[in-house]
Design a protein around this ligand. Structure first.
Ligand code: BGC
Ligand code: CA
Length: 345
């Protein structure tokens, strides 16, 4: 199995050092306990699962010494009602900090009320609540990534490749015919990624022609279906596929594979995330590139916040936007920069 390193060792070390300090201060009187309750929107999301694996690993790593740590996980199968009940259960089980990946990012009120009644801070992650909701109480935080940057980077990757490979314009009409596979409607990343990728391509002076946009809800199988339909409609006119995440880019590839298209007539595909499967596809030149959604950095920020909030030492030492937000930057991944993201086991 391939594992991602991306400074993981360094991250864990820094966190451990910081947490041990926090714990050390307490040690004289009482041993610190960090009981993290994690509620996430759906168990089948590739990126969110990998982010949660990072959280687990990092929490275990710094729980090994003086802190007592535990993590309880609940997946909501795509239902906000279920998630609300799960959060209640996490609170009843004694969690002293909650990490919530909302099902419906516009509907966090019930969860916020329960947390406030029990004085348990919440760190929302990956699915961003609207600002007014985050300002409902002073123990609410958000950890995510700047969506516009991921779109810009995807556009830059595509522009660079197109400029140096004129054969991507297969019908040589001076324009790049493209389709987009979009994530869930209403998700903060969906529209922003698409808009920024397309604008960046245009700004780089590339003539593009939109053939179609289809929603595939971040999902590989749905993307395959949508792509099969677009292929039957546009045949081999499609020259570029921009997907809002790696799973959908891979679903698009699956569609071509299923239809037995020859490699020489395939469009170029770009994703976002750098999941394990996404990175492997870049390594195998099946994806032309992706944009790394830094899950290690996001997990680090979540746990730093959690430790600071539970220890009562406060979050003053952390760099927060508007005192509440952490946005961990993206980075571009191509075959030539891949090594820093991949690690052989
Ligand atoms: C990721 C997607 C993921 C979604 C879930 C996005 O930031 O890029 O892969 O499905 O978050 O909320
Ligand atoms: Ca063309």
């Amino acid at each position: 199995m391939r594992r991602k390193k991306l400074l993981a060792a360094g991250i864990v070390f820094c966190m451990a050092a910081q947490l041990f300090c926090a714990c050390g201060r307490e040690r004289a009187d009482e041993k610190e306990k960090i009981y993290v309750g994690v509620a996430y929107y759906d168990q089948s999301d590739t990126f969110v699962n990998q982010l949660i694996d990072c959280l687990k690993e990092q929490l275990e790593a710094y729980g090994e010494e003086s802190c007592e740590t535990a993590m309880l996980l609940r997946a909501a199968g795509g239902f906000q009602r279920i998630q609300n009940d799960q959060v209640e259960e996490l609170i009843d089980s004694g969690c002293n900090v909650l990490c919530v990946n909302l099902v419906d990012r516009a509907d966090p009120s019930e969860i916020i009320d329960m947390a406030r009644d029990n004085d348990i801070p919440i760190i929302f992650f990956n699915r961003e609540p609207v600002r007014e909701d985050l300002m409902q109480w002073d123990k609410l935080y958000y950890v995510g990534a700047p969506a516009d940057q991921s779109g810009i980077m995807q556009g830059e990757l595509a522009a660079k490749l197109i400029q140096s490979n004129p054969e991507i314009d297969r019908n040589q009409d001076g324009k790049i015919q493209y389709v987009v596979l979009e994530g869930e409607p209403g998700h903060q990343d969906t529209i922003i990624r698409t808009e920024n990728a397309v604008d960046t391509l245009k700004r780089s002076g590339i003539e593009i022609e939109k053939l179609s946009y289809e929603i595939a809800n971040w999902n590989r199988a749905q993307a395959q279906n949508q792509m099969q339909q677009m292929i039957s409609q546009y045949q081999n006119r499609i020259e570029l596929v921009l997907a809002n995440n790696d799973d959908m880019a891979l679903g698009a590839l699956d569609a071509y594979e299923k239809l037995n298209y020859m490699e020489s007539v395939l469009p170029v595909f770009f994703g976002i995330d750098g999941t394990d499967v996404g990175l492997e596809a870049v390594r195998d030149s099946r994806l032309a590139g992706t944009v790394y959604n830094n899950k290690e950095g996001q997990a680090e920020a979540i746990l730093k916040l959690a430790a600071a909030l539970v220890s009562g030492q406060g979050v003053d030492t952390m760099e927060l936007e508007d005192d509440r937000y952490v946005y961990v930057p993206y980075s571009k991944v191509t075959k030539s920069t891949l090594d820093q993201y991949l690690e052989e086991e």
